[in-house]
Design a protein around this ligand. Structure first.
Ligand SMILES: Cc1ncc(COP(=O)(O)O)c(C=O)c1O
Length: 376
């Protein structure tokens, strides 16, 4: 076989293997929907990715203006990583050495999968949950297995324990979970960490909206790694900054040997540092979220044929009594983008909507109401 055709065979193998991984559906974008519907982009309600519209755009732009004045983009970021880890250390109450920074928490989740999994290894997770874990596991050539949540969305700890084999190197949990919006019991996650030899990778992207966190325990235990993000509570999804907390040895190994030395841009690092200095403002902005979330859940539950589930996140999962794809498309025609989830355990026809400030929620509720009346 010629050198050239052998090369092509390798490409074929790699592509074939990658085809085992589902495409990640980012959903409709503002621009594409504006083109399709003729609705102006500024009129489109984007409620499908759990972004945070409680943090005012002007506030974030002012931070970015200051960042632009201070940075020298000709120089690789270095001190900024240390400064952000120190700022996070004060914010979280965990030592800076136990904190890792990444290009969004997605990238840190991928990095954990790369570190722990080899061809033929297994990873366990729950069903349903955030799709990225499966992608990260499969791209390592490892096997992704899931254990169903119970019908009330709680963790089936016994079933998870029973599924652990020597091949399982990592267990991914998401708490509060996306898309079910509930938080799991601390005791259950800690028991899992105690009994399991591998890594418990706990995604707490939404913990800022919930009651509790295991971030302190992550810095004290050897095998619990907690992932957090600036995309949700801080409203910085577009800048791509995430962080993780783990025990001394794991965090040191990742920081010194695994993570790329310049994994986050200087602009994003500086903006994250500055927003932590204004944490009181952020807390004030998101103070409204809890009340808005309750109002949204009540309004949905008052509509005939809709059932909204409780939420400890900045999104709400709800079920409709008809085809959720049709409801999704009818909302799109009105310039409203939500996420069509479909079946969640025994609940058919579920959709997920981001909790946003009152005016946006009023438009969403009105739009959904009209869609349901039209298709009654
Ligand atoms: C559970 C969960 N983890 C992580 C992320 C992504 O976070 P980041 O923007 O930091 O990559 C999301 C985004 O929707 C999420 O729902």
């Amino acid at each position: 076989m010629s050198f050239k055709s052998r090369g092509k065979r390798i490409i074929e193998e790699v592509i074939l293997r990658a085809q085992q991984i589902d495409k990640y559906d980012v959903g409709e974008t503002i621009r594409s929907l504006a083109v399709k519907t003729g609705i102006s982009p500024s009129e489109i309600l984007k409620l499908n990715s759990n972004e945070n519209f409680f943090v005012p755009l002007n506030f974030l732009r002012e931070i970015l203006r200051q960042v632009i004045e201070e940075i020298d983009p000709r120089i690789y970021p270095r001190d900024e990583f240390r400064e952000l880890r120190e700022a996070l250390s004060s914010y979280l109450g965990v030592p800076a050495d136990n904190i890792m920074i990444g290009t969004g928490s997605d990238q840190l989740i991928d990095l954990a999968a790369r570190l722990f999994l080899r061809d033929g290894d297994e990873a366990l997770s729950i069903d349903p949950t955030f799709a990225i874990y499966e992608r990260c596991v499969k791209s390592q050539g490892a096997i992704y297995r899931t254990v169903s949540l119970r019908e009330d969305f709680s963790l089936d700890l016994d079933a998870i324990m029973a599924s652990i084999t020597p091949k399982v190197k990592i267990i991914f949990l998401c708490s509060p979970n996306n898309p079910t919006a509930n938080q799991f019991r601390r005791e259950d996650i800690l028991r899992l960490a105690e009994e399991f030899n591998g890594l418990v990778a706990l995604d707490e992207a939404y913990a800022d909206f919930a009651d509790t966190t295991l971030i302190n325990e992550a810095s004290e235990l050897d095998n619990l790694m907690v992932f957090r993000t600036f995309s949700k509570v801080f409203g910085l999804a577009g800048l791509r900054v995430g962080y993780a907390v783990a025990g001394d040895r794991l965090a040191k190994t990742i920081n010194e040997r695994i993570q790329m030395p310049y994994s986050v841009s200087i602009t994003a690092l500086k903006a994250a540092i500055k927003i932590l200095e204004k944490i009181d403002c952020v807390k004030k902005f998101i103070g409204e979220l809890g009340a808005e979330r309750s109002r949204l859940i009540d309004a949905l539950n008052r509509m005939g044929g809709v059932r909204a589930f409780p939420s400890q996140t900045n999104f709400v999962l709800f079920q409709v009594d008809r085809d959720s794809s049709a409801v999704y498309r009818a909302l799109l025609n009105r310039g409203i983008i939500v996420r069509n989830i479909g079946k969640v355990l025994r609940f058919e026809n579920c959709l997920r909507v981001t909790v946003a400030p009152a005016l946006m929620m009023e438009r969403f509720i009105k739009g959904l109401w009209e869609v349901l009346c039209e298709n009654a």
